[in-house]
Design a protein around this ligand. Structure first.
Ligand code: SF4
Length: 470
């Protein structure tokens, strides 16, 4: 995936395990499988039933953890997190899990998503005397739990959940329990599995496959799960609402081998490609996909159009990460370093270039250029999602409205700007049909707010924090 140069960034991946003698190591592998969800910080907290042990740091999971650290991470329960720094900002203190020690009931929190009323809650907490040490939403949840004053932790968590709004999938580890909760609309993915007698929880099911765990089910929207030595206990903290799982998880973020809400990501992407071919056919000689996240959609396009799929673009492995290069010129150089057009495949051909999305347009322009430089006579760009016109307030960094090319230009203008011979996007109806088999179902539905502007939750005025203002 060209995550860092495309301008679309997932914020986090959460992994937790209860009841395994190698809890920290399993969590390390689980996080490793979800490294694509966040590359700027990683952490693991374990519980040995008396104390919580933490190790975290900035960087990739294998940079943060070395072998020796696992002897200190004692215990049969663990909670881990990988993060991409957006709203919470960078810095060691914001790397999760956040650990809050107290004489009894210490707790560690890890969270994926974004609270739309975080600023209002922070103002309220500070006015009541709380001192916040990080800029992360996760700390707000911790303060709300601690302040509720209930003897039963589960009741404190429920009370806190009643106050927060937005998208969240989070886990809390105490000395003797693991809690897992998903927001009432299920905007973010979260699944439960089993590894022998142990319970595992992960943002993506690819983490289960890596450690040999078996998928059991999704965490339900509005559900609070408690796992301890007596087993798994489920309760609801909110009335059921229409599920609006982030459609960009299917389009771009999640790994193709993951299943979200029971639906395989690769299969969904293939269906998007097929639907796109039906909606926007074009005469061409070859279909190619932008590696890695668009390959599945390109295969689907090829199957439905009967135009052969070819490896017209290849990704150069082992190039440095490019997100630290801020200027436009360097970003473009980043694309050049990462991708090559295969001259022997595209020379003299009319090429359909399937990509999953266009954010700023920089990447698309560069890739169209690469194909033409390699001799393609025509490049027809087909995008397997609708135009991204609105920012996301639910934990995905989609850039500001001003930076989103589809928010400022018509499709014809974008086609010209990226140098393509034609450009079409998948419709919102086509996207929904490709992901959700029963579109009347309350339990299965998707968020498409960055395409439509119809946000499934209330958006508070101070949700539009400076980073998101035009
Ligand atoms: S606004 Fe877009 S990126 Fe954000 S949760 Fe909804 S579909 Fe996903």
């Amino acid at each position: 995936m060209l995550t860092e140069i495309k301008g679309l960034n997932e914020e986090c991946g959460v992994f937790a395990i209860w009841g395994h003698e190698k809890a920290a190591e399993m969590t390390y592998y689980g996080l490793h499988a979800m490294q694509h969800r966040g590359q700027e910080g990683a952490g693991i907290v374990t519980s040995d039933r008396e104390t919580l042990h933490l190790h975290k740091g900035n960087g990739l999971i294998n940079e943060v953890f070395q072998e020796g650290q696992f002897t200190r991470l004692k215990g049969s329960a663990a909670l881990g997190h990988v993060r991409y720094a957006t709203q919470g900002g960078g810095g060691y203190e914001n790397v999760q899990p956040l650990l809050f020690r107290s004489q009894k009931n210490s707790m560690a929190l890890a969270h994926n998503g974004n609270l739309v009323n975080a600023q209002a809650l922070k103002n309220q907490l500070e006015a009541q005397g709380s001192i916040l040490q990080t800029t992360s939403d996760t700390e707000v949840i911790a303060h709300l739990i601690k302040r509720s004053g209930n003897v039963q932790m589960e009741e404190s968590i429920k009370q806190a959940l009643g106050m927060i709004k937005g998208a969240y999938a989070f886990s809390i580890l105490t000395e003797d329990k693991l809690f897992v909760a998903l927001d009432p609309r299920g905007l973010r993915p979260l699944s439960i599995g089993r590894l022998g007698e142990a319970y595992v929880v992960a943002s993506e099911t690819c983490a289960f496959d890596l450690i040999g765990a078996t998928y059991i089910r999704e965490v339900k929207p509005g559900e609070l799960i408690t796992i301890d030595d007596t087993g798994l206990h489920s309760t609801s903290f909110a009335s059921p609402m229409q599920r609006t799982l982030c459609s960009m998880e299917y389009v771009y973020f999640s790994r193709p081998d993951s299943n979200l809400d029971g639906q395989n990501v690769h299969a969904s992407r293939k269906t998007m490609g097929k639907q796109l071919a039906k909606e926007s056919p074009v005469e061409a000689d070859v279909v190619t996909g932008v590696p890695d996240s668009s390959i599945s959609a390109a295969i689907g396009f090829s199957e439905a159009s009967s135009i052969p799929y070819e490896l017209g673009l290849i990704k150069n492995r082992y190039v440095g990460r490019t997100f630290i290069q801020p200027s436009q010129e360097l970003r473009e150089q980043g694309v050049k370093m990462k991708l090559s057009a295969v001259r022997g495949i595209v020379e003299g051909k009319r090429v359909v270039m399937v990509d999953d999305s266009i954010v700023r347009g920089t990447t698309s322009r560069r890739i169209v250029g690469l194909l033409k430089e390699a001799g393609a006579t025509e490049v027809h760009v087909r995008i397997a999602s609708p135009p991204i016109e609105n920012p996301c307030y639910y934990g995905i960094d989609t850039s500001t409205k001003g930076e989103l090319i589809a928010s400022n230009y018509s499709i014809d203008e974008i086609c010209e700007l990226i140098g393509a011979d034609s450009l079409s996007y998948l419709t919102t109806e086509g996207l929904e049909k490709s992901i959700v088999s029963d579109t009347n179902s309350m339990d299965h539905g998707i968020c498409q707010a960055c395409f439509t502007g119809n946000y499934p939750t209330e958006i508070y005025p101070d949700t539009i924090i400076p980073a998101y203002k035009d």
